[in-house]
Design a binder for this molecule. Structure first.
Ligand code: CUK
Ligand code: CUA
Length: 624
């Protein structure tokens, strides 16, 4: 009796508390309307016959899987998983020397917002950026090979959730922090929260030539939580916005304590001015970083009051407005950049916080939009006709509305609880319309059950008619917190890695293969080809590596099959070692042969009819 009562009671209690708080109440999910994909027209819309390809790529963040998921749109076929912050044995990511170095001391990450590089506010199809909330990193992937080129450990920051959102010409990515911490994550009592903790924002730049990310400068913002951001464009070029919550500076039980004040803020900043301040020496150096302290170095930063605990903020494609959504307030608030600039010019402020002027709400607010019974607005996307699409987490729907009038144009239920949505090129200066994908947090009964936990769900919505129409659902691994959809013809991935004769690790012919010993280091320069490994063509057994116990072994392997999709894998039995060499690619893997014995080597990737024969041996001679 007791056993049954307690869960029932605590469940009730949780329910009561939860229904008042964001992200907890799934009982209020909207009506379920099963999309009618059986009609020929809808099925035809998403059907991509064999031999034809999807019109768009979808890049969906993989959240705490640390990966990026690549889908085709409109078919919603999952094409590839690209590892970014987490190890991935399918590709050897995190085992080969250079991918291990990229990952640093971590084996996983929490990948939030993916963002394409932009030129004049258009996706240029060159680079994809993303951040890791868990271990405070930023990454860049190139779109010719769909591989990660650089990962930056961002100092002084703890959880760059706001990012990535790039400026119009990829001048900057701003990485504010979700968790306030003391500089360098040093120890400081939580009693000193307001004086010793900061919400440091980093201005990160990408050096295209060196393929490197780097921090240019930082701003020591107050110890609040920074949530989402977006960059200005057109008339608001040079500016950016960041939502913030917990301006109460609560240090415990944030669920209650960070929801007290009626208003939080959007930080509105002029990055061109901040950049100039740094150039003029208006900063202090902390842990090797140039840091602006708003109380000492005035300028460039303003606060816009916003309904309590905001989440998303999105700049309209014309760059005139920024739209904030409040997870605890049922409204979307449209703010005008023009009005904000005028207020700043006129010094129309209601006060100051931490050295940043607070702009009068009435002076900058354009309209509050509150569609009837729509609850939990989170994020907004745009189409080619200037319409806005906002996800409603609690009422489980997408609301289409006109930001210039506030009028609700259409609503469609989704299954269930959407976080972000993504429209075709929907945050660029020229969205395509056509498609919107709702990134739903809860799948519940959408798919065949796989136990108590289900995948996340992406629902494809056709925007071409007057009414939005949900026409396809696709399961996706946890957890897309935002995605990007790009026209496929903007990308031109390579088919094979080109020969690089300058790479000292690469060998392209059998007679160059060799095993070199330097003291107790053994370097193997080998090739992988259909269907054999050749580590030393001159040896009696070219596919065998023989070393002494305790040797350091470095294996460089080049795939000399310059043939699309002929990938080889490399694994050593009982060694937890694994890598992949794509066509034309050279990769290196290192280890210490600390176990004497006989260990088969094999190719993990089914590459030819004789793939099973693509094997060899690692022989480790005992030291005594
Ligand atoms: S967050 Cu996940 S629903 Cu990381 Cu953009 Cu709003
Ligand atoms: Cu090479 Cu299988």
């Amino acid at each position: 009796m007791k056993k049954k009562l307690i869960p029932a009671l605590s469940g009730l209690l949780v329910g009561i508390v939860a229904s008042t708080v964001f992200f907890a109440d799934y009982t209020n999910v909207g009506p379920k309307s099963v999309a009618d994909t059986s009609t020929k027209s809808n099925a035809e819309k998403v059907y991509v016959p064999f031999g034809e390809q999807d019109e768009y790529y979808l890049f969906a963040s993989g959240g705490h899987s640390g990966q990026m998921f690549i889908y085709g749109v409109p078919s919603m076929r999952h094409i590839r998983t690209v590892p970014v912050f987490s190890q991935d044995s399918a590709t050897g990511y995190g085992w080969s020397d250079h991918t291990k170095e990229l990952m640093g001391d971590y084996t996983w990450g929490d990948l939030h917002h993916p963002a394409f590089s932009e030129t004049k506010g258009e996706y240029d199809g060159k680079w994809m950026f993303a951040t890791d909330v868990a271990n405070s990193r930023a990454a860049v992937m190139d779109l010719e090979t769909f591989t990660v080129k650089d990962i930056l450990d961002v100092p002084n920051t703890s959880g760059p959730h706001c990012a990535m959102f790039v400026t119009e010409n990829t001048e900057y990515m701003f990485l504010p922090t979700r968790f306030a911490v003391p500089f360098g994550s040093e120890y400081a009592s939580l009693d000193e929260y307001s004086s010793k903790y900061y919400g440091v924002m980093s201005a990160v730049q990408f050096n295209e030539e060196k393929e490197e990310l780097g921090v240019s400068w930082q701003v020591a913002l107050p110890p609040w939580s920074y949530d989402l951001s977006d960059a200005g464009k057109g008339p608001s070029h040079g500016w950016a916005v960041v939502t913030t919550y917990n301006t109460e500076e609560a240090t415990t039980n944030l669920e209650i304590n960070a929801s007290q004040a009626d208003r939080d803020y959007i930080v509105l900043f002029n990055w061109k001015e901040l950049e100039k301040m740094v150039a003029d020496g208006q900063y202090e150096e902390v842990n090797g970083q140039k840091v602006i302290f708003p109380e000492k170095h005035k300028g460039g930063l303003y606060l816009v009051p916003v309904a309590k605990s905001p989440h998303g903020v999105d700049v309209t494609p014309d760059g005139k407005y920024f739209i904030a959504s409040g997870k605890l307030a049922p409204a979307m608030t449209v703010f005008s950049f023009e009005k904000a600039f005028a207020a700043i010019e006129a010094g129309d402020f209601s006060g100051e916080k931490y050295g940043m002027p607070v702009i009068n709400y009435e002076s900058v607010m354009e309209r509050e939009v509150n569609p009837e019974n729509a609850l939990g607005p989170l994020h907004t996307q745009f189409d080619d006709k200037g319409m806005a699409y906002t996800t409603m987490f609690i009422s489980s729907e997408i609301v289409k509305w006109d930001p210039t009038t506030g009028e609700t144009v259409d609503r469609v239920p989704v299954q269930y609880s959407p976080g972000h949505s993504v429209a075709a090129e929907g945050d660029s200066v020229s969205p395509d319309g056509k498609w919107l994908i709702s990134l739903n947090k809860i799948a519940k009964d959408s798919y065949l059950s796989v136990g108590p936990s289900h995948p996340e769900s992406m629902q494809l919505i056709d925007l071409s008619g007057d009414k939005m129409e949900v026409i396809l659902s696709a399961p996706v691994n946890p957890e897309p917190h935002y995605a990007q959809i790009i026209k496929a013809d903007k990308l031109s991935p390579i088919e094979v890695y080109p020969k690089d004769e300058t790479n000292p690790d690469a060998v392209y012919s059998q007679d160059q293969t060799r095993i070199e010993r330097k003291g107790n280091e053994v370097h193997v320069y080998g090739i992988a080809m259909r269907s054999k490994f050749i580590f030393d063509a001159k040896a009696e057994r070219p596919d065998v590596i023989e070393v002494n116990e305790g040797d350091k072994v470095v294996i460089h392997l080049t795939n000399i099959d310059f043939d699309e999709d002929i990938t080889h894998g490399f694994a050593i039995n009982r060694h937890d070692l694994n890598m992949e060499v794509q066509p034309g690619q050279t990769e290196t893997i290192s280890f210490t042969a600390d176990k004497a014995g006989t260990f088969p080597i094999y190719c993990t990737n089914f590459c030819s009819a004789l793939h099973q024969e693509m094997t060899g041996y690692l022989l480790v001679k005992p030291s005594n």
